[in-house]
Design a protein around this ligand. Sequence first.
Ligand code: ADP
Ligand code: MG
Length: 343
Amino acid sequence: MSSRTDVNTLGEFGLISHLTASFKNRQPSTVLGVGDDAAIIATGGDEQLVVSTDMLVEGIHFDLGYTPLKHLGYKAVAVNVSDICAMNARPQQITVSIAISNRFSVETLDELYAGIKAACETYGVDLVGGDTTSSNKGLIISITAIGRAPASRITRRSGAKMGDLICITGHLGSAYLGLQLLEREKQVYLANPDMQPEMKPENKELYAAILRPEARTDMIDLFAKNDIVPTSMIDISDGLASELMHICKASKVGAIIEEGNVPIKQEAQLQALEFNLDPITCALSGGEDYELLFTIDPKDVEKVRFLPNIYISGEIVGKDDGITLHTTGGNIHEVKAQGWNHF
Ligand code: ADP
Ligand code: MG
């Protein structure tokens, strides 16, 4: 009798490895396949292409109860562009595929596409294709982004070395707390539809972080302008802990993170405390901030030290030292994977 294995036994990354392990690349132009933020493809010239795909599913990745469609369109592009940034490349084209149920009108889809268009303008990318089909229930958006960079600038997850500094491009935890606020307001509304949701203006940036994140194309330009090539890089979609583990695994190293040097906005700190959460836990395990996590050779420290919005938050150590958090209180904790479980 054939056996049946639940996908949850493997987890998201275990499942990807299980499904793709037996595939061999046969094209010399395939420089890097599965396993990074984007695949790398040779063009024959000095530049290489990077290609990445992400899918957003209603009810899993977004809730139309509190997500404006225009924001959703913008975010769907931003999260794909973010993966191109994670390779230190410039995004150039996207394709957009949608599956829609008959619940969606032309007007609703116009809203979605207004957001997609706004993001194309922000990031300077062209919409060059896609696919449109029906779904039994809900909305699914799948976007592929294509970027380009000189081969010598493309940055993988696997290049971190002992002694490298760990840097983060912006505040973490805000998106997770924004999501918790929206979920709380939704529950209040469901319990009593006459209650108006309470969206405090002081939490504006937390809502913006989850509903309308930006990809850090500005950082890619800043790196180029200042002649910086990170030794490794990844975008923070699943929380600092999970992304740091990807870099450490791919680079066969360990890491130390200094709690006091992890950037967390004050409004996020305050909101975390109101939810009885530790702010650093929100940064480590909350997702969807879409900042970049990268490592640099210590010889480049003077180049990044005075750049705006770059926080030096830790150091790469040997593999055997594992991944640890040095708390402001002087304790050392092992960092464990607590990323999202999508299944
Ligand atoms: P990210 O979080 O940066 O979007 P993922 O964790 O989604 O990356 O994917 C990790 C790697 O696995 C990427 O190289 C991605 O292209 C690849 N991948 C994910 N799902 C599949 C799949 N079903 N088949 C082949 N490759 C996949
Ligand atoms: Mg990524």
